[in-house]
Design a protein around this ligand. Structure first.
Ligand code: MIG
Length: 727
């Protein structure tokens, strides 16, 4: 039943039936040679008409990584995960599914391998839940592609996965600045107020979002002219201050005569259809809507052109939401519910029981599987396919429409493109944020784990809603989360409707001051962050890594709330209430403890490997620089690009030799792919009470403006030698 083909030295494809072409894989598979293969290495296979099961017996110490956007521990053992994209705004630990579908896992044990199942509808991964020693993967189909990566090294497995599905998305450099959002800033005035407040208070800011209320009646690609009379003027004025405006876009098109998007879509047959080939109806924000059929390339082109209203205003990015697609209700389902209620004659003694039936029925109204089964896509070749069979691709295809269009609308510019729902392949063109978390301490830990598991899927540029989306946040929570946010490549404070405002100034003076220093620290790290990000994409290696991906020890496998941010810096965020510090494990080498408050305060202490309790006042973030690795800082600015980076501070603990390859480019275009980037190769050699520096510049296109470097190099006894160098 399986056919096998060799993809690379370490990767094989096992194909069953006739899989749907999802677009996840970038290689041309039309020429590969298939041979019959009754089995798949490692797994026992069980099939029947409806499903394929893969079973694997784990060893006691095997660790399972991957699965991207899922809850629970970083080591995925002990839980069931379901891939069927869903809009669930309550991320409690029992939840099996979230917005994205990422069926790629790594088994790390005596036998290590990676597995990617390219199948766009429901898959269940039971990783040692039903039986603690067994993995059972259920794919509800016989038409699927399985890629097996047979490599010993986790990082090699990931490299192979990127070779197959493509390299991660590279945002513009300003997207590494700080970003503010709220559902909603209700008017132009409010958006301008928030932007000005940032500048007045000297808190750096690069981006501000407009959530759904900028639209006229939630009609996509329209603007409410009562509340945003001069949206384009606002975009221009804020651009003068170095602040970009990014609008949200939802897929559902309001059914309203005369509304151009509706009329065009209807006329051309661009919407998904029901079984009678009528345009399918579902309710979302605007009320009743039709869903654009993003699986069709004409529809993608048409949809993509709509983004022009934004790019014409000077907008440089978009935020695609609700593309699971989320359904509040369908008229059919609600109708059925009311019919059954009308028929129900209830005896007095059954009232309670009936009430709970109704409550249950209401709970099942949104995002109902039966609704997903009741509409169809028209593929390019004219065939109809039931949505349920390709459900997990909707967000990917919507984002592909945006990404392709932006290539033309913003020629040679890197857009900031976000999507809520995703499937492998989306990581090449855009990224995702972590959806509707809550202002709970527990969700900081979720944020920390997702950073690591999403990086394994190529979603390097990701982050959670800082401060938490739903619920009210305390000042302490927002401060601690803003600190963790410094190490979320996508660093955005966002909160839901009717929740306590959580911009940095919404609390007391002390909280404000701490948050200012925190955001400034992010900007001080900019040269390091950007350089490490670009180097990781080049190397096909996660930008954020678990300790166990860098160090071999046993303990490292158990530590999930410390992570490597780039190759030099380990972050150990404080993520619990009222804590004035935390336990930190320092693996293998010596570390320079920079429990940072401010960029300006760089008194560091040398630590040997081991377990420590690290004190961290409310204003402090436990940060550690790895021995013989370097951190590159610059003076914070108000927004990325406000000033050229002319001075760098290079900090590290050097006991023998440290080499850092500093990278920079224009930060805006794709010219780096044509060689328009520069490197500074910085080498530090330890000498008895001193150190020797060598800096080599390779920068044919003059991308690097640095002319002065301040070195602050520590030795193992904690003495620091400072030197400046003009280059
Ligand atoms: O049903 O646009 O995840 O970030 O603020 C909620 C309003 C719809 C969900 C997104 C969230 C956004 C909100 N949206």
């Amino acid at each position: 039943m399986f056919k096998k083909a060799q993809i690379s030295a370490q990767t094989h494809l096992y194909r069953s039936g006739e899989p749907f072409k999802t677009g996840a894989v970038i290689l041309d598979l039309s020429k590969v040679n298939f041979q019959d293969s009754p089995r798949i290495p490692y797994f026992e296979i069980e099939t029947n008409d409806k499903e394929t099961n893969l079973i694997y017996k784990m060893q006691k110490d095997d660790v399972v990584y991957g699965l991207g956007e899922t809850l629970g521990a970083l080591n995925k053992r002990g839980k069931i995960y379901q891939f069927y994209a869903t809009d669930d705004p309550l991320h409690t630990p029992d939840k099996k599914a979230l917005y994205g579908s990422h069926p790629f896992m790594i088994l790390d044990g005596e036998k290590s391998f990676g597995l990617f199942i390219d199948y766009p509808s429901e898959i269940i991964f039971d990783i040692g839940f039903t039986h603690k020693d067994y993995i059972k993967i259920t794919i509800f189909s016989k038409d699927l592609d399985i890629y097996l990566f047979e490599c010993d090294e986790k990082l090699t497995i990931i490299k192979e996965y990127f070779a197959l599905t493509g390299k991660p998305y590279i945002p513009p450099k300003w997207a590494f600045g700080f970003q503010q959002s709220r559902w909603s800033y209700f008017s132009e005035e409010e958006v301008r107020y928030v932007a000005n407040k940032y500048r007045e208070l000297d808190i750096p800011l690069d981006v501000i979002y407009t959530d759904i209320d900028y639209m006229d009646g939630y009609k996509v690609f329209t603007i409410n002219r009562e509340t945003f009379p001069n949206y384009e003027g606002m975009v221009k004025d804020l651009a003068q201050k170095g602040i970009k405006v990014i609008p949200i876009i939802d897929p559902g098109v309001k059914i309203e005569e005369g509304y151009h998007v509706y009329e065009e879509g209807k006329m051309n047959g661009y919407f998904c259809v029901d079984k009678n080939r009528e345009d399918f109806v579902a309710a979302v924000w605007p009320g009743l809507t039709h869903f654009p059929d993003f699986l069709n390339s004409d529809v993608r082109k048409w949809w993509g052109r709509q983004y022009k209203i934004f790019t014409d205003m000077g907008i440089k990015g978009v935020w695609n939401d609700m593309n699971e697609p989320s359904i509040f209700y369908t008229p059919t389902r609600v109708q059925k519910l009311f019919e059954s209620l009308e028929k129900a004659k209830v005896e007095e003694n059954e009232l309670g029981q009936k009430l709970s039936l109704i409550q249950e029925a209401i709970k099942n109204i949104p995002n109902n599987r039966e609704d997903y089964k009741s509409f169809y896509h028209k593929l390019d070749d004219g065939t109809l396919i039931n949505h349920d069979l390709v459900h997990n691709l909707y967000g990917l295809k919507m984002t592909e429409a945006a990404s392709e269009a932006l290539k033309t609308l913003l020629p040679n510019e890197r857009p900031l493109l976000l999507s809520r729902s995703s499937y492998p392949g989306l990581h090449r063109m855009a990224s995702i944020w972590m959806g509707d978390n809550m202002s709970w301490w527990e969700h900081m830990l979720v944020n920390i784990r997702l950073l690591q598991s999403l990086n394994m899927m190529g979603f390097f540029y990701t982050g959670a809603d800082i401060g938490g989306f739903g619920g009210d946040a305390s000042p302490e929570l927002v401060i601690r989360w803003m600190q963790l946010g410094v190490f979320n490549p996508f660093y955005r404070n966002h909160a839901a409707l009717n929740t306590r405002p959580q911009e940095p100034w919404q609390f007391d003076e002390e909280s404000l001051n701490i948050m200012r220093d925190t955001v400034r620290l992010r900007y001080a790290l900019l040269p390091y962050t950007y350089s490490e990000y670009m180097n990781s994409v080049k190397e096909s290696e996660p930008f954020i890594k678990p300790l166990s991906f860098v160090f071999d020890g046993k303990k490292e496998k158990d530590i999930e709330d410390q992570f490597m941010y780039g190759n030099s810096l380990m972050v150990a965020p404080v993520h619990e209430q009222n804590k004035k510090g935390r336990y930190v494990y320092l693996p293998d080498v010596k570390w320079l403890n920079w429990t940072a408050t401010k960029f300006e305060e760089r008194n560091m202490t040398v630590y040997k490997p081991g377990d420590y309790y690290i004190e961290a006042e409310l204003s402090q973030i436990p940060l550690f620089i790895k021995e013989n690795n370097l951190l590159v800082l610059t003076e914070p600015m108000n927004y990325v690009g406000e000033k050229e980076i002319t001075e760098l501070w290079i900090v590290g603990l050097v006991t023998s030799q440290a080499v850092y390859t500093y990278y920079d480019d224009d930060g805006l275009t794709y010219n780096f792919a044509k060689g328009e980037f520069g490197h500074l190769k910085i080498e530090i050699l330890k000498e008895s009470n001193d150190f020797k520096v060598q800096v080599e510049k390779e920068d044919p296109k003059n991308m690097i403006k640095v002319n002065k470097i301040h070195f602050e190099i520590y030795d193992e006894s904690g003495n620091v030698v400072k030197k400046d160098m003009i280059i």
